[in-house]
Design a protein around this ligand. Structure first.
Ligand code: GFB
Length: 308
């Protein structure tokens, strides 16, 4: 890939998009484009076509999506389905129409069946029923992945997909209701520490298990595959190990320095009992993660402190 190639990062300002931009720039790529959602509504078909016809990007990374944690997904399944389908339909289709040389689509580990054998291998996709708390999001992501494969088959494009585990990091959304677990708990423990609260409420039983990866590592893996892989397989991207929400809560409590207790609110859902990816294909291709969970949480908390 030419270092001066024009790369469009859709979702450039989000957590994953901004990590991707930093990682591309570290490698010397400078011709990076991408607009905020106010400047370019990726759900708007004609606006997306106009953007592609004007800019003619050579490479595209599709990191734009409506994302949110378990409660946001439960509350707005229609929006998670519609908005993600619209964004990916437009970006993937016009990438094909305007001759994009390569596209990378970011899906999610929630596309695997709810009771999938663990660790989850790429071949388990569509082997069973989805987790109901994020069905809208998962259906959209499955459609995006299939769209890439079908466009490759019919139009000979080079569109690849990755399946990341749960991601956290710099630029995350810390909204206490809508965020994912790491950002949500960082905010809750921080506030409890400031207000000398006796305890923090953690959703669910604490028994659900998640595999968590720092967003810079995800960006590193995406660029690794972008530069080295073409074909119709998709890759799981993760660390290869998981942690219970209970252990995670104690780790975040330690990083934040909160002295009080933890209570589990079992009226809130656990979601999928476990989400651990089999990352052996990616390992075999030559990529492994770098950032240990505690270090990643520390970096995210430092960034959160600068914000507040
Ligand atoms: O991160 P999270 O919302 O994502 O929740 P999912 C992970 C687990 O942490 C669940 C528990 O068992 C939650 O009940 N949890 C405990 C909390 N306390 C909190 C809290 O304060 N905030 C949050 N958010 N969770 C999402 C999907 O599911 O994962 C999306 O809904 C997407 O579609 C994303 O795939 C990666 O792993 O449950």
């Amino acid at each position: 890939m030419d270092i001066s190639a024009k790369i469009f990062i859709a979702g450039r300002n989000g957590m994953v998009g901004s990590s991707l931009e930093r990682e591309f720039r570290k490698r010397g790529y400078e011709n990076i484009i991408g607009l905020s959602s106010k400047e370019l509504d990726l759900k708007n078909q004609s606006a997306v076509e106009e953007f592609f016809s004007g800019e003619k990007p050579e490479y595209v990374v599709l990191a734009a999506a409506r994302v949110g944690g378990i409660m946001a997904n439960i509350e707005s399944p229609a929006e998670f389905l519609y908005e993600n389908l619209a964004i990916q339909n437009n970006v993937i289709h016009y990438s094909y129409r305007y001759g994009v040389k390569k596209l990378l689509f970011l899906a999610s580990s929630c596309i695997y069946p709810r009771l999938c054998p663990q660790p989850m291998k790429e071949e388990y996709l569509l082997n069973g029923k989805l987790e109901p708390t994020n069905e809208g999001y998962a259906i959209a992501k499955i459609a995006g992945l299939k769209m890439c494969q079908m466009y490759n088959k019919q139009y000979d494009t080079d569109f690849i997909s990755v399946m990341p585990c749960n991601v956290y990091g710099i630029g995350d959304n810390f909204d206490p209701q809508k965020s994912h677990v790491v950002a949500g708990l960082i905010r809750k423990f921080h506030q409890a520490k400031q207000e000398n609260k006796e305890f923090v409420e953690v959703w669910g039983t604490g028994n659900a298990r998640r595999e968590l990866m720092f967003s810079e590592d995800l960006a590193d893996a995406c660029i690794f595959l972008f530069e080295s892989y073409s074909g119709n397989e998709f890759f799981n991207v993760g660390t290869g190990s998981d942690i219970s929400i209970k252990e995670l809560a104690y780790l975040i409590k330690k990083v934040v320095g909160f002295d009080g207790n933890i209570k589990f609110d079992t009226t809130k859902p656990d979601g999928m009992p476990q989400k651990l990816l089999d990352v052996s294909a990616l390992k075999k291709a030559g990529w492994v993660y770098k950032t240990d969970l505690e270090e990643g949480i520390r970096k995210t908390y430092e960034w959160f402190l600068k914000l507040s």
